[in-house]
Design a protein around this ligand. Sequence first.
Ligand SMILES: NC(=O)c1ccc[n+]([C@@H]2O[C@H](COP(=O)([O-])OP(=O)(O)OC[C@H]3O[C@@H](n4cnc5c(N)ncnc54)[C@H](OP(=O)(O)O)[C@@H]3O)[C@@H](O)[C@H]2O)c1
Length: 298
Amino acid sequence: MVRMNDGRKILITGASGRLGSTLRQAYAVRHLVLSPTRQELDLSRPEKLAEILRPMDFDLCIHCAAITSPDVCEREPELAERVNAQSPAVIASECQRRGARLIHLSTDYVFGGEGDTPLSESDATAPVSTYGRTKLTAESAVLQACPSALVARVSWLFGGAQACFPEQMLAQARAGREVEAIGDKWSVPTCMDDIAVWLELLWQQEPAVHGLLHLCNSGLATWQTFAQAALDIAYKKGLLEQPATVKGNRLEAFTGFLAKRPRYTPMANQKLVSLLGESPRSWQDALSAHLGRSALRL
Ligand SMILES: NC(=O)c1ccc[n+]([C@@H]2O[C@H](COP(=O)([O-])OP(=O)(O)OC[C@H]3O[C@@H](n4cnc5c(N)ncnc54)[C@H](OP(=O)(O)O)[C@@H]3O)[C@@H](O)[C@H]2O)c1
């Protein structure tokens, strides 16, 4: 637990991961943050969780931990079911029992990806992989066990302290390798530093914001346009010596995936806009700010 000053007592699960570590860093300044390791809070054993959670002192839980690799979920569906679907239900029951706020993180992979317009919270889900199915099961289990919970769907995370897709693309370009990315799969790149700000604004709102919410920056991208933007911004900021062009591949032609990927899952963020009272900045602006900040460690 990091004790800084009065505020919320926040339990962050998955705090060694990309989003969890970003949130822990952002909130430890003003709140008490409890961030158990996987060994301390093992989601693969849901039957043990209630007992472990009970003595923990928190009034807000941000549940980030999950098996996030679609291919690992496809290979180990029973484990994925326990970690991604059953454990969130136990966490939700414990939050309901003690009257704590719960923010549960979900994904655009609950959608089937067959459409061509951005998806709202009321659009039909149709996951095409074990990852998407287990995350969807968790959404309804969480809301059933704890109706005041906020289920926040996010997509294509970048920003924060850990290297994500833009840094990987940049590393390839800097090594002089040809950069390739899928050009016919769409979603919304979303900045984790922005998520930290939005969540804190949202959990303070009364009455409590609850139910499904799409938490993403504005705009949409393919992996190819996302990678290209990262390289263009990096070149403009002097982080890349030569301009570089990203070669586009087709999702269909990519044989390296075990789990099926949905093709078109950009989320519409109108509900977030109305809750915040303004439009989230574009992912390009957020990416530019992030790469500017990370210039020294790239
Ligand atoms: N990254 C994205 O682009 C993206 C997109 C859509 C949705 N999301 C959702 O956002 C949330 C956060 O994602 P992320 O990218 O930050 O995840 P991540 O970097 O993959 O981190 C996952 C975290 O979960 C923990 N974890 C995994 N298995 C566990 C277990 N059995 N027991 C306890 N903890 C376990 C990991 O601990 P270890 O360090 O010990 O492995 C790690 O801290 C997830 O719910 C994910 O589904 C992410």
